[in-house]
Design a protein around this ligand. Structure first.
Ligand code: HEM
Ligand code: LAN
Length: 455
């Protein structure tokens, strides 16, 4: 089935399709994970297929994935595949709109802003937001947990990552703008040309302008303020590039949008999936609550950074949730120069992909791959081997996530607080199916049944 060898160059096996242009778009779209695992069984760790006129080459398993994670951005390029999606949402001058070395400097600035001293302050803020939010749930009932987590995480991101000026003006109208901006991260935006007049594109662009204006005002207010602040906004105002230049207000506002969306999707889906895994398995849920009692006493003393670090069981549950439901299911790069991996040659023009979801479910790498078992992470890697790139929810290499520690602090704090408040069971629709139609795979019908714990 492999394409004809050209000289001693061997192209990766190309999965045949009888459907012109669309290729495998429908079967992949309906169930990407099944598609990729089946292709891996049949074709091995490197294979190509066509969708909507584009050729995708997947690198499955650690050895193949190493090509992406060790490569330079000039060779396997991120902005060429991502900027169409992120450009209109973040605006000019940040992330994939600038040359990669500039984005690396921006990542460094963000990283300085996400430090342990800040996390210590974030924890009580997140606890307050969570307790306040769930007051509206009353004593018992069934509710859409994904909606709740999405609303809650906008609030925690505003207070921890944006600062008091923005948090104080958060209301439903602003949240609505964020949703419309967020609507820019869609399959349509990724597939269709930018000029197509889709209503969601127009909404995105209007929301972008309004959100930027809100952030400009907050930046202005901060510049004029006499109070001292020690938070992310202050870090961005004080940071300089290697050249000595400060960030412009437009760059800061773009980075604030980036921060919001980075934490938003990833943490809201992860917290929701985690709660459903615990709702499905009473014993694991009880272990989490007992850990709270054993570390914080029967009276459940307030959470703080050092004790939260000790909560190793809930941490393993989070780690296992990120194994089975990593929010970013595929990382993509445009192949710019011929690449060789495991004896195959990938030509320029292919979109090279690595899928955390796939690597984290390989039967030959993970014992009982499909089972939610937090204690697998009692061993060093949790996997059968210590291969470097089979557990990659935060990516690796040059494009690796800088938000991992913040995400752990945020999700562990939210989930600890949530489990102190409620006992949960699966709601009437049962364990949620995966909605593959969204770019970050969300839970379908995420209805949870809850009962207040007796204190
Ligand atoms: C990159 C996952 C939270 C900021 C990434 C990548 C992944 C990822 C897989 C690599 C993308 C690629 O290589 O194409 C996650 C997960 C999160 C999370 C699973 C939470 C559970 C956050 C948060 C922030 C953040 C909270 C910011 C506060 C970033 C940044 C990059 C990144 C700046 C760099 C992108 C690049 O260099 O191209 N994240 N992320 N992430 N993430 Fe996160
Ligand atoms: C995203 C969100 C979308 C996501 C998918 C398309 C779902 C995925 O298949 C590939 C990776 C991508 C594009 C992705 C990469 C990293 C992003 C862009 C984010 C997690 C959303 C925010 C994050 C970005 C780098 C955050 C920082 C932005 C700044 C402007 C500082």
């Amino acid at each position: 089935l492999a394409e004809k060898p050209q000289g001693d160059k061997r192209a990766p096996p190309h999965i045949p399709s009888t459907i012109p242009y669309l290729g495998h778009a429908v079967s992949f779209g309906l169930s990407p994970l099944e598609f990729l695992l089946a292709a891996y069984e049949k074709y091995g760790p490197v294979f190509s297929f066509t969708m909507v006129g584009k050729t995708f080459t997947y690198l499955v398993g650690s050895d193949a994935a190493a090509l992406m994670f060790n490569s330079k951005n000039e060779n396997l390029n991120a902005e060429e595949v991502y900027n169409k999606l992120t450009g209109p949402v973040f605006g000019k001058g940040v992330a994939y709109d600038v040359p990669h070395p500039v984005f690396l400097e921006q990542k460094k600035m963000l990283k300085t802003g996400l430090n342990i001293a800040r996390f210590r302050e974030h924890i009580p803020m997140i606890v307050d937001e969570t307790e306040e939010y769930f007051k509206r749930w009353g004593n018992s009932g069934q509710k859409d947990l994904f909606q709740a987590m999405s609303e809650l995480i906008i609030l925690t991101a505003s207070s921890c990552l944006h600062g008091p000026e923005i948090r104080s003006i958060m209301n439903e109208a602003v949240a609505q703008l964020y949703w419309e901006l967020d609507g820019g991260f869609s399959a349509e935006a990724w597939l269709l040309p930018t000029w197509v007049p889709l209503p969601s594109f127009k909404k995105r662009d209007v929301a972008h302008k309004k959100v930027k204006q809100i952030f400009y005002n907050a930046i202005q207010k901060r510049r004029e303020s006499n109070e001292t602040h020690d938070d992310m906004l202050q870090t961005l105002l004080d940071s300089t590039y290697k050249s000595g230049r400060h960030l412009t207000d437009d760059e800061i506002a773009g980075m604030m949008i980036g921060l919001l969306l980075a934490g938003q999707h990833t943490s809201s889906t992860t917290s929701t999936w985690m709660a459903f895994f615990l709702a499905q398995n009473k014993e694991i849920q009880d272990n989490c609550f007992e850990e709270q009692q054993s570390l914080f006493g029967k009276e459940l003393a307030p959470l703080d950074y050092d004790s939260l670090k000790e909560c190793s069981y809930i941490e393993r549950c989070l780690k296992e949730t990120l194994r089975l439901r990593p929010p970013i299911m595929t990382m993509m790069r445009m192949c710019k120069t011929e690449q060789t991996v495991l004896g195959y040659t990938i030509p320029p023009g292919h979109q090279v992909c690595v899928s955390p979801t796939t690597n984290q479910k390989l039967k030959d790498m993970w014992e009982d791959a499909a089972t939610f078992n937090p204690d697998r992470f009692l061993s060093k890697t949790g996997a059968v081997s210590d291969d470097k790139f089979i557990y990659i929810p935060f990516g690796a290499g040059r494009h690796r996530c800088i938000g991992e520690s913040f995400a752990y602090v945020q999700i562990k704090t939210i989930m600890s607080t949530f489990l102190r408040l409620f006992e949960v069971e699966l709601g009437d629709p049962g364990f949620p199916e995966i909605n593959y139609a969204t770019m970050i795979h969300t839970p379908l019908n995420p209805i949870i049944k809850y009962k207040k714990r007796q204190s």
